[in-house]
Design a binder for this molecule. Structure first.
Ligand SMILES: [Zn+2]
Length: 269
């Protein structure tokens, strides 16, 4: 089973909201808020969080779960590789660029760490990525994506699977099984046991990577896509009703459509 770990987002969710909104104003989804909350949000958007009242703090927490983490359309994201560029990094870029065929974000390698918005490391044992613009809140000398098991002998399809999946997170996508379109009847006791036994994941790791669900407004997923590259392999033992999810090795048709909607081609004439 291929598992990977979406690194815990930085403790400061409000900083991440501000970064996301600064990058792209429509990352903040306000449609779901009533007028009172909209006014409140307007008032507190730029105030330091130490100066927030309890009600304001709660509103920002609510927003944190709903803020998208998307880059600007047409953006070219510079990618820095710890350890330098070689055949391995070429391979990573080749697969990451498959996303670019379906949206307006490009990935370009750079040797200058200071200009890179995406920084890739290859440290065992786990693979993970920050979600979209959360990468901008990561200290400049630290990775924003890690590949824990990309060895040269890894079969192409496994290589491609993990690169597409982690770069999907880097583009702001969450796990398919965490989409609001999915109602998974988890056998939680078994799943906690399994991930602790096999991967030493804590309860918090499992909650974040499997059980945490997202709001409809923050994801825009309308239907469940079992073929999504953003899915996990979920065997029937993980659920009370025997539901399972396959492990997917390529972008699904819905992945391609969806990423194109999030990052349309903007033509400047
Ligand atoms: Zn993931």
């Amino acid at each position: 089973m291929k598992v990977e770990f979406t690194k815990e987002l930085t403790g400061d969710a409000f900083k991440d909201i501000r970064i996301a909104v600064n990058e792209r104003a429509d990352n903040l989804i306000v449609e779901s808020l009533n007028d009172d909350k909209k006014r409140l949000l307007e008032k507190i958007k730029t105030r330091p969080e130490q100066m927030l009242l309890f009600e304001e703090f709660r509103l920002l927490l609510e927003m944190a779960a709903q803020t998208k983490k998307l880059w600007k359309p047409n953006e070219t994201l510079k990618v820095y590789f710890f350890g330098g560029q070689d055949a391995r990094t070429q391979r990573v870029l080749k697969y990451a660029s498959i996303w670019s065929k379906h949206c307006s974000i490009k990935f370009e390698p750079t040797t200058k760490i200071e200009e890179a918005k995406i920084r890739v490391a290859f440290q065992a044992p786990s693979s993970w990525s920050y979600i979209g613009t959360d990468a901008l809140g990561v200290p400049r000398n630290e990775p924003t994506i890690n590949f824990g098991w990309l060895e040269d002998k890894l079969p192409e399809k496994d290589y491609k699977q993990v690169v597409l999946h982690e770069f999907g997170h880097a583009l702001g996508l969450i796990h398919e099984h965490q989409s609001p379109a999915v109602k998974v009847n988890w056998n939680k006791t078994f799943v906690y046991w399994y991930f602790w036994e096999h991967h030493k994941w804590t309860k918090g790791d499992v909650d974040r990577n499997l059980f945490q669900e997202f709001e409809t407004t923050s994801t825009q997923y309308s239907t469940l896509d079992k073929l999504s590259i953003m899915g996990y392999y979920i065997p029937p033992q993980f659920t009370n009703d025997g539901q399972e999810f396959p492990l997917n090795y390529d972008l699904s048709d819905m992945d391609k459509q969806y990423i194109g909607k999030l990052y349309p081609q903007i033509l400047h004439s």
